[in-house]
Write a protein that binds this ligand. Structure first.
Ligand code: UDP
Length: 248
């Protein structure tokens, strides 16, 4: 049985949230020195990969690409591949913090504005006291600051480097520094620290269950509507995309 569903050429593994967390647990347990890059594959990333060869290569090299959004899952179903469920960056981060709380996993948080970054780390410390917070840095740094931040992360050597710089900047940043970061796993998580830090409200649980998180975002952050125009375009393109028959 094929374990991946290709969507516009990107192979998405058929993994539930629980299986994704188990996979990351295995990565932490291994002695592997290379950084394991998790890309949360949302429609914007999939669409950008069609034009941006560098991003496409980063996604191809990633250890895990998760189905970030109901759009990805629905397209997989229409095409008969059936990804089991959404594994969004934000949900994955919450699961990893829960698991990390029990297992003492260590984290470094990069991204968001200074106040949000500070508040997010305070909130995480309160809610997940078993998590080892190895450091944090806001995401509005200059190129001159980068070597110092990379060194700070390398010295912290966390299990998880959480990068909230927006997509695809986070993916590119992780990839360009991957040999120097000394983190076991790095994940770009979009605006998740804004939610944890209380700057942005997440959709209520009922909306999430109904797969209407995108609609809540559209209503609560109307300035994003331009970005969300990509969703219907993605749906049409992805449903009719001619996947190359390659075994993945
Ligand atoms: N951000 C940042 N540095 C920047 C630009 C953005 O740290 O130079 C942060 C921003 O504060 C926010 C996150 O990146 O916390 C992007 O959130 P968004 O929801 O736009 O993520 P996306 O959906 O683009 O991945």
């Amino acid at each position: 049985m094929n374990q991946h569903v290709p969507i516009m050429g990107i192979p998405f593994p058929k993994l539930t949230m629980e299986q994704s967390v188990e996979l990351l647990q295995d990565v932490i347990d291994q002695k592997e020195q290379r950084l394991f890059h998790v890309v949360t594959g949302n429609p914007e990333i999939v669409m950008s990969c069609q034009k941006d060869a560098q991003l496409r290569q980063i996604v191809d090299e990633a250890g895990l690409v998760t189905a970030d959004g109901i759009g990805i899952v629905m397209v997989s179903r229409v095409r008969g591949g059936s990804l089991p469920e959404r594994v969004t960056g934000c949900d994955l981060l919450f699961k990893l913090l829960e698991e990390g709380d029990r297992k003492g996993w260590s984290f470094y948080f990069l991204g968001a504005d200074e106040e949000t970054s500070r508040q997010a780390v305070i909130n995480i410390g309160k809610q997940y006291p078993g998590v080892a917070i190895r450091g944090r840095h806001h995401g509005f740094f200059t190129p001159e600051d980068e070597p110092r931040i990379v060194q700070e992360i390398a010295d912290a050597a966390p299990d998880f480097l959480i990068v909230a710089l927006g997509a695809p900047r986070a993916e590119k940043w992780i990839h360009s520094h991957k040999d120097k970061l000394h983190a076991k796993i790095a994940i770009g998580v979009g605006g998740s620290l804004d939610i944890i830090g209380g700057k942005v409200k997440r959709a209520p649980a009922a909306w999430q269950r109904l797969n209407l998180e995108w609609l809540y975002r559209l209503i609560s952050q109307p300035s994003r509507w331009r970005r969300q125009l990509i969703l219907p375009r993605f749906a049409v393109k992805a449903v009719f995309f001619r996947e190359r028959s390659r075994s993945v």
